[in-house]
Ligand binder design. Structure first.
Ligand code: CUA
Length: 316
C-alpha cells in the first residue's frame, strides 16, 4: 500500500517543530520522552496481546473448553505483573531524576501567569530583571522556574523542554529545565483561563551561555532615552499608569513591563508579531486584535498612536 505524500508529511511533521513533546530539546523532556515510549510499548503490547487472545479464543473454539487455558492465564498474569513493574519503576526513577536536578539549579526565573500574558522575572545579583512573554535560557545550564498566578489557574507548558505545571493563585510551583539544544521554541498556556486562553503563548529562546549573559545584562539596563512626541504622549496618557518603562516616569505594574519591548518577537501574548503596524493597531484598538483583552483602548488619534508605536519600537 502506498502512503499518500500528504499523510507522510503529516506524520513526519508531527515529530519535529517548536511546539511538540515529540522533539525533546532538554534533559527533562528527554526523560519524559523515555517514559512516554515505555508506556507506549508496554500498553501497545498489552493491547495487541489482548486482541490476539480474543482472536485465538474465537477461532480456537474447536478446542476442548478449558484446555491450555490455565497456562495461558498464568502467562497473561506474568505479563501484567512485568508490565506494571516496568511502568512503576520507570516513572519512579524519572520522577526522582526530575526532582533531584532542582537542587543544582543556579539560575532562578519567576513566571507569573496573567490573563492573558506572562510576567517573566530573572533573579540577578542586583535584583530582579523583568520582561514579558519571552524566556531566554542558557544552553546546558539548569534553570529553576518558579510558577505563580496573579488571577486564575493557568498552566505553564513548554512541550519541547519540560512538561506542564499548573500556576495556582496563592501558591508557588516549580519547574526545572536543562536545555540541551539551542533554538526558538513556543510555550502555551494549557489550562482554560478565559476568552483569550488560546492567545496566551510565549517564546523560549535557548542560546549559548555567553549570548544569554549579554541578553540579561542588556535587559537589566534601563530603557534607552528616546525623547519626542511618542515618549511624551506615553508618559502623559493612561499608558504610563499600567506599564513600566524603567528609567522613565512610567511605573505602572498592571500590564507588561515595556522597558525593552522592541527586543521581543511577538506582541499581546503571542497574538501577533511585533511590528510598527501591530503596535499601532494594538494601541488604537486592542479589542480588535484580542477580543476580551484587559488592555483598554486609549483615546489617541491614529497619528498619536503612530508616534507612541514609533517610541516603543525604539525601546530595544
Ligand atoms: Cu492562561 Cu490559559
Amino acid at each position: 500500500m502506498r502512503m499518500s505524500p500528504f499523510l507522510a508529511l503529516l506524520l513526519l511533521g508531527a515529530c519535529s517543530g517548536r511546539q511538540t513533546s515529540l522533539d525533546p530539546a532538554a534533559q527533562q523532556s528527554s526523560s519524559l520522552m523515555i517514559l512516554f515510549m515505555l508506556m507506549l510499548w508496554v500498553c501497545g503490547l498489552a493491547y495487541l496481546l489482548m486482541l490476539g487472545l480474543l482472536g485465538w479464543s474465537l477461532i480456537g473454539r474447536r478446542n476442548k473448553p478449558g484446555q491450555g487455558y490455565s497456562r495461558l492465564f498464568g502467562l497473561w498474569i506474568g505479563f501484567i505483573l512485568l508490565g506494571l513493574t516496568v511502568l512503576v519503576t520507570g516513572s519512579f526513577w524519572i520522577d526522582r531524576g526530575l526532582l533531584a536536578q532542582a537542587d543544582e539549579a543556579s539560575l532562578h526565573i519567576r513566571v507569573t501567569g496573567h490573563q492573558w500574558w506572562w510576567r517573566i522575572e530573572y533573579r540577578t545579583a542586583s535584583g530582579w530583571v523583568e520582561t514579558a512573554n519571552i524566556v531566554h535560557l542558557p544552553l546546558g545550564r539548569t534553570a529553576t522556574v518558579e510558577l505563580r498566578s496573579a488571577d486564575v489557574i493557568h498552566s505553564f507548558w513548554l512541550p519541547n523542554l519540560a512538561g506542564k505545571v499548573d500556576m495556582l493563585p496563592g501558591r508557588s510551583n516549580r519547574m526545572v529545565i536543562t536545555p540541551r539544544r539551542a533554538g526558538l521554541f513556543r510555550g502555551q498556556c494549557a489550562e482554560f483561563c478565559g476568552v483569550q486562553h488560546a492567545n496566551m503563548a510565549l517564546t523560549v529562546q535557548v542560546e549559548k551561555p555567553a549570548a544569554f549573559g549579554r541578553w540579561l545584562a542588556a535587559e537589566a539596563e534601563p530603557a534607552p532615552s528616546v525623547p519626542g512626541q511618542g515618549h511624551d504622549l506615553f508618559m502623559q496618557t493612561s499608558c504610563a499608569v499600567c506599564h513600566r518603562i524603567r528609567g522613565t516616569q512610567a511605573q505602572g505594574r498592571v500590564g507588561p513591563d515595556l522597558t525593552h519591548i522592541a527586543s521581543r518577537p511577538m506582541l499581546a501574548g503571542g497574538a501577533v508579531p511585533l511590528t510598527t503596524a501591530s503596535l499601532r493597531g494594538w494601541i488604537i484598538d486592542p479589542q480588535g486584535i484580542k477580543p476580551g483583552t484587559l488592555m483598554p483602548a486609549g483615546d489617541l488619534s491614529p497619528q498619536d498612536a503612530q508616534a507612541v508605536a514609533r517610541y516603543l519600537e525604539a525601546l530595544r
